[in-house]
Write a protein that binds this ligand. Structure first.
Ligand code: KG4
Ligand code: ZN
Length: 348
């Protein structure tokens, strides 16, 4: 399919400077972004060290931590904004998808601040917002239509963006999210938490030409990672190394399986993205979410894609509020102060 990739007129938002709040999972974050692109303040209080001992995010613990951190995180974002509150034109917050108790803190804080300061309130979809991390700071913004891949701890989604607020979901995961698979496999291989960086940093190519399975789900843009996870956990040489009890052999095999797992995930993500570009005639590709920080994924995408690739800097791949502000800028529809959190909020 052929599509014209002519430049579009950029419609600007009525809200020049936006304060945004994000608390959908385990990061308490507040940011101020102007013109949807320029980062003024970006504060992220991560709970990774607290959840590490459990090997995953504990929702109740996350909710309590957000309550403890939110006030100082917002104060710091405003303190770092030249002109402070006087420059803020609107307040945005994530209202889903995510952990309901966690979302509540950020959403209620944003609504309260908007009401008490008489500012417009803008409600934002967290998964859509991940894509807007690519608008921040970059010289060149993504051109529509764009194929968008969101790969995070909670979400794996492929979509076609025809314009701002005009998206079509192409497919998503049928079981584990990509980041969730990294986390679970790292746990199986006893490599650490969070699993993405642990797998990436420990991956060692085996001498053999072994490959782990890839669930292609031909004819769809869907993904499945649970079979791959099982293939790692039941790998005969891993099991044998465990029984033999030689710690060096066991560790070497774990690192090899980390490599093979990462190769399978990257291969599937890249090929499905390429197929979506070919079928849609998209002018660019956006890849975002925590797994977009993966060095191997970034490398393969850069070599394989034939259209411009937009991928956020590492610190804007994982959860942050700057992406919420950027997303709100391009969707300046006045929000509803009565809106409730929606843990299962769908994309588009
Ligand atoms: O976007 P994010 O901060 O949270 C959600 O919205 O879910 O993503 C967190 C996920 C975790 O699963 C983490 O293991 C993964 O992103 N991640 C990575 C890397 N860095 C973080 N996955 C693969 N490679 C990485 N370098
Ligand atoms: Zn996220």
């Amino acid at each position: 399919m052929h599509t014209s990739c002519d430049k579009r007129t950029i419609v600007s938002s009525p809200f020049k400077t936006i304060l945004a709040i994000e608390t959908s999972c385990d990061e308490t974050a507040a940011a101020v972004v102007s013109d949807g692109r320029h980062l003024v303040a970006n504060i992220v209080a991560s709970q990774i060290d607290i959840h590490r001992r459990y090997g995953g995010v504990v929702p109740e613990v996350a909710s309590r931590q957000h309550i403890l951190a939110i006030e100082s995180v917002v104060r710091e974002a405003i303190a770092q904004t030249p002109g402070g509150w006087d420059t803020i034109d609107a307040i945005a917050a994530t209202y889903g998808p995510g952990l309901s108790g966690a979302l509540l803190t950020g959403l209620n804080t944003a609504k309260t601040l908007a009401w008490s300061r008489g500012l417009p309130f803008l409600q934002v979809n967290h998964v859509e917002a991940h894509l807007y991390a690519t608008w921040i700071g970059g010289e060149v913004v993504p051109q529509f239509p764009a194929v968008a891949l969101v790969v995070s701890g909670g979400h794996t989604l492929l979509a076609l963006l025809r314009d701002h607020a005009d998206a079509e979901r192409l497919g998503g995961t049928l079981d584990d999210a990509a980041g969730e698979a990294f986390d679970k496999v790292a746990r199986l291989l006893v490599l650490g938490y969070p699993g993405g960086p642990a797998i990436q940093n420990n991956a060692v190519a085996p001498a053999s030409s072994q490959r782990l399975p890839r669930a292609w789900l031909h004819g769809t843009y869907d993904f499945s990672f649970s079979g791959l996870k099982t293939a790692v956990g039941t790998d005969p040489t891993l099991v044998a190394a465990g029984v033999a009890g030689n710690q060096d052999d066991l560790m070497r095999r774990r690192c090899e399986l980390a490599y093979l797992f990462q190769e399978s995930v990257v291969d599937i993500l890249v090929r499905k993205t390429q197929a979506a570009v070919a079928a849609s005639g998209a002018c660019s590709v956006i890849v975002a979410g925590g797994v977009a920080a993966n060095a191997r994924l970034r490398e393969v995408l850069r070599t394989k894609l034939r259209v411009p690739l937009h991928i956020p800097p590492l610190d804007l791949c994982t959860d942050n509020a700057a992406m919420i502000a950027a997303c709100a800028y391009w969707h300046p529809v006045n929000g509803d102060l009565a809106v409730a959190v929606d843990p299962n909020l769908p994309f588009a």
